[in-house]
Design a protein around this ligand. Structure first.
Ligand code: NAP
Length: 305
C-alpha cells in the first residue's frame, strides 16, 4: 500500500482497526501520523509504533480526546464501537464524533467513515445516497447496535461540520478487504473449517468489495470533496459481486468447496450506486479477482493451489 500524502499531519482515529491500521502504517512513511484508539491490544500499538505512528489513547464513549493535536491537516475517522451496548455504542458514535470535530475543528478536512449498513434492507434495490435508511444489520444479534449507531454518527458528523465549519465527507464503505482481513477473509476461514456460509435466501447477496489499496488511494479525493455540512458518498469497488460468486472464486483459488446456508437471519444484498463516488473521486483500480487472490496470498498462501 503506498502513501497518498506527503508531509502532512494526519490523525487516524480507530488506528487499530481492520481498515485503518494499514492506512496509518502506510501514511507514516511520508507524514506525521497520530493513531488514536483505546489500544486494548498492545500488539497493535507496537506494530503501529514500529511503522512510525505516534499512538495517542482516547475514548470516544466518554469524549476523552484531549491528547490529540488541535490543528492537524486531516482527520480520518475509522473508529466504530461494536460492544452491542446501546448507550456505549451510541455515545462513542455520536458524542465521540462531535468530540473529535470540536477538538480538531482547525483541520483542513475531516473524513468520517460510515457504512452501507445504514441503508434500509430492500432486497435487490440499488441504493443511492438519498435512499431510505434503516436497521440493516439488526438482523445479526451480535451487531444489534451497528446500523443505528452508524446512522446516528452520520447525523453527528453533519452537525459537527456545520457547528465547527469543518469541511467533512461521510463515506459509506461497502465491504473492505485485503491483507488485514475482511468479510471475504472470514468466509475463506469458514470454507477451510467446512462451516456453511450464511447467505440471504433472497439470493444472490451482492456487495461492492473494495481492496485496501483502493481505500488508501481514494483518501485524497474524498478529502478534496469535503464540504461544510458534509458530502455523503457511497464508497465501494467498481465490481458488484455476490458472496456466492466470491466464495466460488476463493474455491477456485484454493480447491475448497463452499457450502451455503440460505437464511432470512442474515443481511440482504446492499448493492450501491457509485456515480457520485466516480464523479468526485474516480473509480477503483484493483479488480476484485486480483484483489481476492492477493488477499489469499497475503493471509493464507498455503491454501493456494
Ligand atoms: N469491516 C467492515 O467490513 C466494514 C464494512 C463497512 C464499513 N465499515 C466501517 O469502516 C470503519 C472501520 O471499520 P473496521 O472494520 O476497521 O473496525 P474495527 O476493526 O472494529 O476497528 C474499530 C476501531 O475503533 C476503535 N474504537 C472502538 N471503540 C472505541 C472507543 N470507545 N474509543 C476509541 N476508539 C474506539 C477500535 O480501537 P480500540 O478497540 O483499541 O479502542 C478500533 O481501532 C468503521 O467506520 C466501520 O463502520 C467497516
Amino acid at each position: 500500500m503506498s502513501s497518498a500524502f506527503e508531509g502532512k499531519t494526519i490523525v487516524v482515529v480507530g488506528a487499530t482497526g481492520q481498515v485503518a491500521q494499514p492506512i496509518a502504517e502506510a501514511l507514516a512513511a511520508n507524514n506525521t501520523v497520530i493513531g488514536a484508539a483505546r489500544f486494548h491490544d498492545e500488539g497493535k500499538r507496537s506494530a503501529l509504533e514500529a511503522a512510525g505512528v505516534t499512538c495517542v489513547a482516547i475514548d470516544l464513549a466518554t469524549g476523552d480526546v484531549a491528547g490529540l493535536p488541535e490543528a492537524p491537516d486531516y482527520v480520518l475517522n475509522f473508529a466504530v464501537a461494536k460492544s452491542n451496548d446501546w448507550t456505549r455504542d451510541l455515545d462513542a458514535g455520536v458524542g465521540g464524533t462531535i468530540a473529535l470535530m470540536e477538538h480538531m475543528q482547525r483541520a483542513q478536512a475531516f473524513l468520517h467513515c460510515s457504512s452501507t449498513a445504514v441503508y434500509k434492507p430492500m432486497g435487490h434495490e440499488i441504493f443511492h445516497e438519498d435512499s431510505p435508511l434503516g436497521d440493516n444489520h439488526g438482523v445479526w444479534p451480535f451487531l444489534a447496535t451497528y446500523s443505528t449507531a452508524k446512522i446516528a454518527a452520520e447525523a453527528a458528523a453533519r452537525y459537527g461540520s456545520r457547528r465547527f465549519s469543518l469541511k467533512t465527507t461521510i463515506a459509506r464503505l461497502s465491504v473492505p478487504y485485503g491483507s488485514f482481513g475482511g468479510w471475504p477473509a472470514i468466509h475463506l476461514e469458514m470454507m477451510k473449517n467446512g462451516s456453511p456460509i450464511p447467505v440471504h435466501s433472497n439470493q444472490p447477496s451482492i456487495y461492492h468489495p473494495i481492496h485496501d489499496d483502493d481505500i488508501a488511494a481514494m483518501l485524497p479525493g474524498l478529502l478534496r470533496a469535503a464540504e461544510i455540512g458534509a458530502t455523503t458518498v457511497n464508497w465501494g469497488g467498481n465490481d458488484a459481486v455476490s458472496i456466492e460468486q466470491w466464495c466460488g472464486y476463493l474455491g477456485e483459488l484454493t480447491g475448497l468447496s463452499p457450502t451455503f446456508a440460505p437464511t432470512e437471519a442474515t443481511i440482504d444484498s446492499v448493492q450501491v450506486n457509485l456515480d457520485r463516488l466516480h464523479a468526485l473521486v474516480g473509480e477503483t483500480t484493483v479488480s476484485w479477482k486480483d484483489g481476492f487472490r492477493r488477499m489469499v496470498e497475503a493471509r493464507r498462501p498455503e491454501l493456494l493451489v
